[in-house]
Design a protein around this ligand. Structure first.
Ligand code: NOJ
Ligand code: CA
Length: 538
């Protein structure tokens, strides 16, 4: 038996704390709420939980704008609550990953405030600054440097501009300053010493920046800085790390996660989630075969060289059923097919809260209900351009806003779906009266019970856990792939479409059906695969 790592076949469950469970009925999810649901997560069968930020923050970007890395926002609880959460999770064999957001801080962070109050203080050099005269040819401009609006914001009192590669109140940290790296390492070790098992690393590929500060990502010192974090923090604590990275291919990704690199453990990719849209807010057509091709490309590119990841949803994305399945007639079938197709490949699977229920997007009826800063920026921009009515903007927003993933988790069909007695902090129209934990737990054929079976199957089956991946065929939504290990093969076949597909499965006649999302699947010379049918045979 090879020396296997715990995460290779693991299921990680992402919690968006503000919307998971509210223990004190103020309409905001909190750490004690998470503790109260650990038995549910244990029963689901997940190995680890990744919790999105709950640190002190002015909440412009829902917590990704951190004002104190080592404090907990009061509405989420206290450090004692956190320690108890860690203890209770570990008691149940569930590991805890935190969100490491170190490309930027909130402009409310004491470092940034000190930098503004006294530009001669050492904190000034924790960030990137420019005077008007510094914007020369090829060095960006105060009006715009290629990321929508300008990435430089003027601070009138100091007559200079600071860099924010993302939102305005998220100032980029200057990682070239060794003191910044010391601060970050100490902070990471603070959490690791408490017993945290690892981190999801927010836009980590941006931390090193090329000199002109005009384009960002995979900068010149990235590998050096990641290796420093690895040796000073991650390796001594045996912690795992998952990179959030955009727009890379498997080859460049391997330069960060390759086993010999000593940098990060694994990396997300989101190419498949970008299908069928232009930017974030405009819907487009796509080819379902491209979806499976992208997954296969990452399997072929990463497997055997590093640990892969499998992901369909997170707090920045639409519910997968609403984007790529059928919200109405085939909700359960499309939710389960997409999950089995993706999560039974090789790699660590990431489930976003509520995905295991097959949730669809809530509807936002008014632009006034939007909380997501990216969407608010978009609305502002579109209104300024004056080309669309608010009603037209709303249609784009319904499709693209990150808020669709951020309404409360439905625990029951009761008031506010059992999330809280008080009105939740966000106001979306969510049709979850039949797709909540209570109802789905009681229904043996629910998406939730399919997820439980799927998780248990992958974890007990060495072929699905560790086997090599091979795409056998794909055509008009039909796909077939194999996993092989130790002379054994498991086949996954599915129909990523709403047509019935006749298919010759004579070679699989007699194999056992390990999992399927229609009760009466059978392999024969003329199997007819129904809409979004999926079956696992071995
Ligand atoms: C990626 C996070 O997932 C997103 O929610 C956040 O807005 C940005 N990084 C900035 O931290
Ligand atoms: Ca609360």
């Amino acid at each position: 038996m090879e020396n296997r790592k715990w995460y290779e076949n693991a299921f990680v469950y992402q919690i968006y704390p503000r919307s998971f469970a509210d223990s004190n009925n103020d309409g905001i999810g909190d750490l004690n709420g998470i503790i109260s649901k650990l038995d549910y997560l244990k029963d689901l069968g997940v190995d680890a939980v990744w919790i999105s930020p709950f640190y002190a923050s002015p909440l412009d970007d829902c917590g990704y704008d951190i004002s104190d890395f080592q404090a907990i926002a009061p509405e989420y609880g206290t450090m004692d609550d956190f320690d108890r959460l860690l203890h209770e999770a570990h008691k149940r064999g569930i590991r805890i990953l935190l969100d490491l957001v170190v490309n930027h801080t909130s402009t409310q962070h004491r470092w940034f405030r000190a930098a503004v109050e006294d530009p001669t203080s050492k904190y000034h050099d924790y960030y990137f600054w420019r005077k008007l005269g510094d914007f020369k040819d090829g060095c960006g401009s105060p009006e715009g440097s290629g990321y929508g609006d300008s990435v430089w914001l003027y601070v009138p009192d100091n007559d200079e501009y600071y860099l924010h590669s993302g939102y305005e109140t998220e100032a980029d940290l200057n990682w070239d300053n060794p003191e910044v790296r010391d601060e970050i390492c100490n902070m990471i070790n603070f959490w690791l010493d408490r017993g945290v098992d690892g981190f999801r690393c927010d836009v980590i590929y941006l931390i090193s920046k090329e000199k002109t500060l005009t384009h960002f990502g995979m900068g010149p010192h990235l590998h050096e800085y990641l290796h420093e974090l690895y040796t000073r923090c991650f390796a001594p604590h045996d912690a795992i790390t998952v990179a959030e990275v955009w727009g890379q291919d498997p080859e460049t990704t391997l330069t960060m996660i390759g086993a010999d690199r000593e940098e990060l453990t694994m990396s997300f990719y989101f190419d498949h989630m970008g299908l069928g849209r232009i930017g974030r807010f405009i819907k487009d057509s796509y080819d379902r075969d491209d979806f499976i091709s992208i997954l296969a490309r990452w399997q072929d590119g990463i497997n055997g060289k590093a640990n892969n990841t499998l992901v369909l949803e997170n707090h920045d994305q639409s519910r997968i059923v609403s984007r790529f399945g059928n919200e109405g007639k085939y909700r359960a079938q499309s939710a389960t097919m997409l999950a089995a197709m993706t999560f039974l490949m090789q790699g660590t699977a990431f489930i976003y809260q509520g995905q295991e229920l097959g949730l669809v997007n809530p509807v936002f009826h008014s632009l006034d209900d939007i909380k997501d800063v990216e969407t608010l920026d978009y609305i502002k921009d579109m209104r300024q351009r004056g080309e669309m009515t608010d009603q037209e903007i709303l249609e784009h927003v319904k499709f693209g806003t990150r808020d669709v993933a951020r309404v409360p988790m439905p625990w029951s069909s009761g008031k506010n779906f059992g999330f809280s007695d008080a009105d939740p902090w966000i106001n979306g129209d969510a049709p979850y009266s039949e797709t909540n934990v209570e109802t789905e737990s009681a229904d043996p054929d629910s998406v939730l019970n399919f997820f439980k079976k799927m998780i248990a199957l992958k974890k007990k089956n060495d072929v699905l856990s560790y086997g090599a991946f091979k795409l056998i065929s794909k055509e008009n939504g039909f796909f077939r792939y194999e996993r092989t290990y130790d002379g054994k093969t498991v086949t996954v076949i599915g129909n990523f479409s709403e047509d019935v597909k006749k298919i010759d499965l004579s070679d699989l006649e007699g194999s056992s059906v390990l999992l399927s999302n229609y009760v009466d699947f059978s392999a024969s010379p003329n199997t007819a695969l129904r809409p979004y049918e999926v079956a696992v045979l071995g």
